[in-house]
Design a protein around this ligand. Sequence first.
Ligand SMILES: Cc1cc2nc3c(=O)[nH]c(=O)nc-3n(C[C@H](O)[C@H](O)[C@H](O)COP(=O)(O)OP(=O)(O)OC[C@H]3O[C@@H](n4cnc5c(N)ncnc54)[C@H](O)[C@@H]3O)c2cc1C
Length: 394
Amino acid sequence: MDDLETFRRQAHAWLQANCPPEMRQPVQDDDDICWGGRKFRFRSQAQRQWLERMAERGWTVPEWPREYGGGGLTREQAKVLREEMQRLGCRTPLQSFGISMLGPALLKYGTQAQKQQHLPPIARGEIRWCQGYSEPNAGSDLAALQTRAEDRGDHFVVNGQKIWTSYADKADWIFCLLRTDFAAQKHTGISFLLFDMETPGVTTRPIVLISGKSPFCETFFDNVVVPRDQLVGEIHGGWEIAKYLLTHERDMISAIGSRGFRQPLGQHAARIIGTDEAGRLDDPMLRAQIARFEIDEAAFGFAGERVRDLARQGDGIAAFSSVLKYYGAELNKRRHELLMSAGGSDALEWESERSRQGATARAWLRTKANSIEGGTSEIQLNIVAKRILGLPGA
Ligand SMILES: Cc1cc2nc3c(=O)[nH]c(=O)nc-3n(C[C@H](O)[C@H](O)[C@H](O)COP(=O)(O)OP(=O)(O)OC[C@H]3O[C@@H](n4cnc5c(N)ncnc54)[C@H](O)[C@@H]3O)c2cc1C
């Protein structure tokens, strides 16, 4: 305990001294998020500095081993670090699918050489990854995927199409599920490969959404040559890795339910609508809705902490990531409905400068995808029914 308190004091002092003031402001929109990668353009010098300082200390991935660019912190220390960052309002220095999804899978299933090649550049924000799972006929039924990797001994030749590949046009590398055995049962003929998006034969085509933004792409592979040493795990053994990675993806997405570094909704609404003589939000109906929301948001935060504590003790239930993903998605949708209500007709502005090009409305529309990405809500409920509640025939 004393050690943890000492660590808390040291972490607090270091964050105070090293987090630039601009990086202690709430994130305004997607462009404020640092994704890293070869194509990433920093929004400010402060954003670059914050990433570099945190990466240097290993705190972009606090719990990863030091040899792979991590901070080597225990889970308890990492929790303290998160708390201190929250207390000071420090932004996450780097967000990436490499950190949230591929990293944990490589730490568990990668060879020593794969870990050494891929983990440090992820920790430093040098390489950005995308996820090649879904295909036009394989989404909820992911194991039906047909994009093939032909085994040619020292390399594979990949052909086919992925879809909904988030940020494929901005990513440097892809982690991909591919069929390597067409005769086997569908779950047993899949392999997990990594390759550079600049490999000849890889092309991407952005898909534009209702928000006018394009967070994802169609991704095509035409005789893409992938060296054998980029096969993770056993040949045809990719499904186990895919499922493990999905639990991390769901944990990542569930974080949208937490307030994180955002301003409390009640304060935000009061700034727009104003307050009555008692200092309360001057709209009783909205006030009640926001109060209900903030209670649920706090309860969700506690539930998440409890799940992580259980996992720390070795009592975690992998399927619980589905509970958090389902509820986190619902909360985020509610949050943005309430932000729209608070904003009134101004929130519907689309292309004006004062609305930051319709940031509120576009973010609200973006949340419509929360209950689809990372596995739909119906699929999460099926998993909860089957693996947690043990219901028959679900
Ligand atoms: C914003 C966004 C980002 C994404 N990013 C990525 C990415 O980076 N990489 C990637 O590989 N994929 C990505 N996806 C794809 C996502 O994983 C799939 O859209 C999702 O798994 C659903 O698959 P589908 O779209 O094929 O829908 P379908 O599987 O065709 O489902 C259609 C409908 O049927 C329902 N349904 C299907 N099966 C069942 C069942 N057994 N029981 C009950 N209901 C069922 C679904 O819930 C849904 O409502 C992204 C999707 C979105 C929206």
